[in-house]
Write a protein that binds this ligand. Structure first.
Ligand SMILES: NC(=O)c1ccc[n+]([C@@H]2O[C@H](COP(=O)([O-])OP(=O)(O)OC[C@H]3O[C@@H](n4cnc5c(N)ncnc54)[C@H](OP(=O)(O)O)[C@@H]3O)[C@@H](O)[C@H]2O)c1
Length: 328
């Protein structure tokens, strides 16, 4: 790593890649963005405009952006951010493995549990580290990425991430490092069980959480998953101010009480939606298999059933299939 300017490569310039990569660039890193031509065209025309719910605002003009459709040859980044959806993990990791020097550190900023392992299998010479993004990011307009909720980035421990800690701090994205990230990932997975509920509701996240029926559905999915995780001998880390059992109770309260007690949970930008909602609307495959599907696999492994999460996988997959048929 050069003393003066760390080099970061974003693999998958989408909501998370553009926001995190853009903030690291604004904090002094040299950043290469690898993305699809459709997204690169938008960035090329509009530059990057990054905003957040606390009023933060950063503008990176198009001339300041290094945009690529494939991993640039001879690149030797200090850090790669793997920011593709779970379905694209293996292909993206293979492309990285073919171009980057052995040992290059790749931080998976993806939801679900198995992406870093899957990427490691696809590119054995690289050094994959799991990560966890707690906040929601949406593209509000061409090149405009908005962080609609808050929370601290987390990652598995790696000396390279420790060396880059100040860069993340300057970017306003302090990175918490864990020897074992799995309990944190399990906690995030529990919260992500709201993604399909949100996608099916058709409402922005905040509005959806103000409906007791949708909250109860979310609570029931979480209860089922939490019981299975405990049966498996693992306790998910707390990723919200409330302990899990209390959170589930609070979600089931009548809306006026919920509003009062969970005011921090409702600190969500009114426009924020889950990325699964965006995927369903756009007719793209969703990450349901990496979220509720993970709970179904856990239940099967334990010789149990997960009827609620199983039904949720089926509902989302049916909607995906209907869309595929209607666009075929
Ligand atoms: N958005 C959020 O609020 C949020 C929050 C926390 C965690 N996450 C997690 O972060 C990960 C990324 O989510 P996201 O919302 O940022 O997804 P996204 O907006 O869909 O961004 C991913 C981008 O990567 C592109 N891509 C896929 N394979 C590629 C390849 N081989 N080379 C170059 N570009 C490639 C995708 O293109 P296509 O569109 O053609 O596939 C897409 O433009 C997911 O695991 C998600 O669960 C998201």
């Amino acid at each position: 790593m050069t003393d003066t300017q760390p080099h970061v490569l974003v693999m998958g310039a989408g909501s998370i890649g553009c926001l995190v990569g853009g903030l690291l660039q604004a904090a002094g890193a040299r950043v290469d963005f690898v993305g699809r031509p459709r997204m690169l065209e938008r960035l090329h025309q509009h530059g990057l405009h990054l905003t957040d719910l606390d009023g933060g605002r950063r503008q990176l003009p198009t001339t300041a952006l290094n945009l690529h459709t494939t991993v640039p040859p001879r690149a030797e980044p200090d850090l790669v951010l793997l920011c593709v959806k779970s379905r694209d993990t293996a292909t993206a990791a293979q492309a990285l493995g073919q171009q980057l020097p052995p040992g290059t550190v790749v931080l998976s900023l993806q939801n679900g549990l198995g992406n870093a392992e899957q990427a490691q299998q696809a590119a054995p010479a690289l050094s994959m580290v799991p990560g966890m993004v707690p906040f929601n990011v949406a593209e509000l307009g061409p090149g405009h990425f908005h962080r609609g909720t808050s929370g601290q980035l987390a990652a598995g421990f790696h000396p390279q991430l420790e060396r880059l800690a100040q860069l993340f701090d300057r970017a306003g994205l302090p990175l918490a490092l864990y020897t074992d990230l799995r309990p944190v990932q399990l906690g995030k997975l529990l919260l992500n069980l709201n993604n399909p509920v949100n996608a099916l509701s058709g409402l922005p996240l905040r509005e959806q959480l103000l409906h007791s029926g949708f909250r109860r559905q979310f609570a029931a999915l979480m209860r089922e998953a939490l019981d299975l995780m405990r049966l498996d001998g693992t306790e998910p880390a707390r990723v919200t101010p409330l302990p899990w059992d209390l959170l589930i109770q609070v979600l089931k309260l009548p809306t006026p009480l919920f509003r009062l007690i969970a005011s921090r949970m409702l600190r969500i930008d009114p426009k924020a939606r889950s990325s699964m909602a965006d995927d369903l609307t756009a007719g793209r495959p969703t990450e349901i298999d990496a979220l509720s599907g993970e709970i179904v696999r856990l239940a099967t492994r334990l010789g149990h059933a997960a009827p609620l999460n199983t039904a949720m996988v089926a509902r989302i997959q049916a909607l995906q299939a209907r869309h595929t048929r209607s666009t075929a």
